[in-house]
Design a protein around this ligand. Sequence first.
Ligand code: 4AD
Ligand code: MG
Length: 430
Amino acid sequence: MSKVDLATIGQFVGQEVTFGGWLTRKRSSGKIQFLQIRDGLGFIQGVLVKAETEESVWEKAGQLTQESSFYVTGTVREDPRSPSGFELSVTGIEIIQVAKDYPITPKEHGVDFLMDHRHLWLRAPRQRAILRIRAEIISAIQGFFDERNFTLVDPPVLTPSSCEGTTNLFHTKYFEEDAYLTQSGQLYMEAAAMALGKVYSFGPTFRAEKSKTRRHLIEFWMIEPEMAFVDHEENLNVQEQFIAHIVSRVLGNCKAELAVLERDISALERVLPPFPRITYDEALDLLKEIGMELPWGEDFGAPHETAIAEKFDRPVFITHYPASFKAFYMKPDPNRPEVVLCADMIAPEGYGEIIGGSQRIDDPELLEQRFAEHELSEEAYGWYMDLRRYGTVPHSGFGLGLERAVAWICGLDHVRETIAFPRTLYRLYP
Ligand code: 4AD
Ligand code: MG
């Protein structure tokens, strides 16, 4: 008999099948044993009725403890009452290992304990659902860009200089030279956009941020599209289409996983373009009205972002921030040079900024001036200047933080659950 798996078990109703699995939980009345079995791809309840079961099989079922591994044989039955829709009448068990004292029990555990056991915690239905949704989001992201003639380009991870300011850099040695783990592939993607027109990167980025919040990881994955001949407004249009596409793919393909997470689906169903756009100045007015006044020129913190997001039922763009606290490469608004042609996309429900993007400076003289102001050396950034010397064009791009998007779409309290092995402040194990 060939082995099956629980993702496709519905095709085998009425048939006897064999598959490998682990025991999640067991209930027994003395006359009947219920085995909750998972194989990674799905879940099923196995049933053994003592009077109808071979003695040795009944006895093996009795030995199974939480996370014991085994091959099981049985007949698949339809069962509308069970969450998977099916049930297994067990006729055979071949034990691989009886697991002793699995540390994660059905009782409540603290976060530190679970994080120390992250390698096992991944087996929980909730963690499985999150990783499935993350994979769906990744697939949706690739589909979106691949269908629109973007070319996937991989920027380097080891870099000689910074992209998003020098405070959060991870330093390492590159033989005799100093090197840094990348904070963003953007500058390299600008070079790639001049070669391929529309490009995107998808890779790990690193920020040594000493912030212990529910939105920050030290190592996170970023998607960074960059587009030649695309201006600020067009950049926003791409972003809202992009996010709506991701959410709709998850709604369409991850119903079971969203149900495990008890996600409020209606909040996601509202994520349709166009997304509202407000300027930084309008955001300040809005904050003033609710008693959260800030002086012009100051950046928002998480509470400000949450308060602004609460005014809208879908993601909102905040545009035209003061140049003073934004990155050196952002293009000033020609009508108002103290603000830049940028936007942060703020997710609903308090999840904060998920995208940061902008139109880039294309004028070589202005860029040189910025280099001087920010004390960036020609030595490190000379290649980037070349992009403005040889056929400069208007261009724009943005970066989506994958884990923030996963946290929002899954409705999670903290980004630490959005990636298999999160790197958080001071935690490098497991
Ligand atoms: O706003 P950021 O810093 O933008 C850039 O890096 C640009 N170079 C992107 C570009 O235009 N190509 O970061 C982009 C996004 C943020 O909106 C946020 O979602 C995520 O990256 N992000 C983090 N996610 C988790 N943990 C952190 N420490 C993060 N820092 C940024
Ligand atoms: Mg940002």
